[in-house]
Design a protein around this ligand. Structure first.
Ligand SMILES: Nc1ncnc2c1ncn2[C@@H]1O[C@H](COP(=O)(O)OP(=O)(O)OP(=O)(O)O)[C@@H](O)[C@H]1O
Ligand SMILES: [Mg+2]
Length: 458
């Protein structure tokens, strides 16, 4: 039988949201007519089918909001049709109301067992049919709403969980960055403390050496005058003059004192640069000679650069350009130099400790020689706008999979306790965000690594 679709306007006193579709499956034309008329009158869109197969096909092609299903039908009875509808994902959630004869209690029970939501007894009571259908459709609407709310809620929970785990991740990062900053600042404080403590004694030594050298000169002059005036001082004095080698002392003592002066001046210079190194950066950038920062960093790392039991000293080749001071945060730049040079030393040490040092390693070309020994090259140049600082090493280098991750916070290939994996991510932040510069890395396995910093002059 053809489907009949109602185009009736809903009656005035009846709920007007009824654009819902009801599929009626019944082999009795009389029943179909009654139900069609009743349901159309209250504004439902009604589709009708006279047998189970047609009903299933209709439900699949055009899923209704509710199905009224007769139990007793030829070809395929209502229960069988219900099973088929419920086993198909397209139709399984459509509520089914069975239509059954009043006396048939066993069938009613079976209908519920099959998953029907309700039953209607024949002959139909118009009001009851409408009431039951309304209730079921309302339930269905509420269920759909509930499902939507549930889905929204789940989405919200997933979103919140993602937000929370991101917040946790950020917190972890901030915590570790604080630890790194704290480490660096306590290094700064220690350096400043040591420099301060050494400053006074070295001050005495160099001032006193100044007087000592004058006294020595005077005394030597006096001895010379004595010797000229009294060429024969007697045997005892002559023996002493000979045993102490007075001529040698007279020449050597002034030299000795001036080299002591030189040494103490150097110590004062070192102390001064250590104090500069550790002074905290203010809010304003300062114009500084970046070579000072590099030199002090090298000095602080001197104990790691010199020969170790497992390797010779690391050569540091410097090619410094001649350019005006750069406006920057010197303390932060020193932190970058420290991270890059310490990483270079680590890379060299690891290569040697892993026994991977071939004799022609790196073949670093310096201005006048090819060096195969452990080497760190620091080169600075500048044009009108930028200063470029290259820090290279002939250590183990990196393959692409490592190089792609080195600027990520917490990425490290070092054993636990040895590396936090923060050095380069912090350096990257300092160069790019704080100074508007760039930090790049060129590296290949077994060839070495070069970091290139570019800083704008202003
Ligand atoms: N010069 C280099 N040669 C080879 N590998 C390097 C070099 N510099 C960095 N790396 C690689 O990049 C990784 C990350 O370096 P980063 O400085 O961020 O952390 P780390 O040195 O491991 O730990 P730390 O936080 O103590 O500095 C290193 O673990 C290392 O694998
Ligand atoms: Mg590091």
């Amino acid at each position: 039988m053809k489907t009949m679709v109602s185009h009736n306007q809903p009656q005035q006193n009846i709920d007007t949201r009824q654009t819902e579709t009801i599929l009626v499956i019944d082999d009795s034309p009389t029943n179909l007519e009654v139900l069609y008329a009743t349901l159309s009158d209250v504004g439902y869109e009604v589709l009708v089918e006279m047998d189970g197969f047609g009903g299933i096909e209709q439900a699949l092609n055009n899923p209704p909001d509710l199905i009224l299903l007769d139990i007793m039908m030829p070809k395929i009875n209502g229960f069988e049709a219900c099973r088929k509808l419920q086993s198909n994902p397209i139709t399984k959630d459509i509520p089914i109301i069975f239509m059954t004869a009043l006396a048939d209690t066993a069938e009613k029970v079976k209908a519920f067992q099959m998953g029907a939501v309700d039953y209607i007894t024949k002959p139909f009571q118009q009001e009851e049919v409408i009431a039951r259908i309304n209730v079921q459709l309302k339930l269905r609407r509420l269920n759909i709403e509930l499902d939507q709310q549930k889905q929204k809620l789940e989405e919200r929970v997933t979103e919140r969980t993602a937000e929370l785990s991101q917040a946790l991740e950020e917190l972890k990062q901030t915590q570790l960055q604080l630890v790194q900053t704290e480490k660096i600042s306590s290094l700064g404080q220690m350096v400043a403390g040591v420099a301060h403590e050494i400053n006074n004694p070295i001050g005495f030594i160099s001032t006193n050496l100044y007087h000592a050298s004058q006294y020595v000169r005077d005394l030597i002059q006096l001895i010379q005058v004595y010797r000229e005036k009294f060429p024969q001082p007697g045997q005892e004095i002559e023996e002493i003059i000979e045993s102490i080698d007075l001529d040698h002392i007279s020449v050597d003592l002034p030299k000795l004192i001036s080299s002591m002066k030189l040494g103490s001046d150097q110590i004062r210079g070192i102390m001064q640069s250590m104090r500069n190194y550790s002074r905290a950066d203010g809010a304003e950038k300062k114009a500084v000679d970046i070579h000072e920062g590099i030199e002090t960093t090298l000095m602080i790392l001197q104990h790691r650069l010199k020969a170790q039991t497992f390797r010779p000293a690391i050569h540091v080749v410097k090619e410094y350009g001649n350019f005006p001071p750069v406006r920057c945060y010197p303390g932060q730049l020193n932190q970058v130099f420290m991270n890059l040079i310490a990483n270079a030393i680590d890379a060299i040490d690891e290569t040697i400790q892993e026994n991977n040092w071939e004799s022609d390693r790196g073949k670093y070309l310096t201005p006048d020689t090819v060096l195969t020994a452990p080497l760190i090259c620091i080169c600075t140049t500048a044009d009108k706008e930028y200063v470029t600082i290259q820090i290279g090493d002939n250590g183990k280098g990196m393959d692409l999979s490592v190089r792609d991750q080195i600027f990520n916070a917490f990425y490290t290939t070092k054993s636990e306790g040895k590396g936090t994996g923060l050095g380069l991510s912090i350096s990257y932040q300092i160069i790019t965000e704080k100074h508007g510069g760039t930090l790049e890395c060129i590296s290949s396995p077994n060839k070495g690594t070069e970091f290139i910093i570019q800083l704008p002059f202003s």
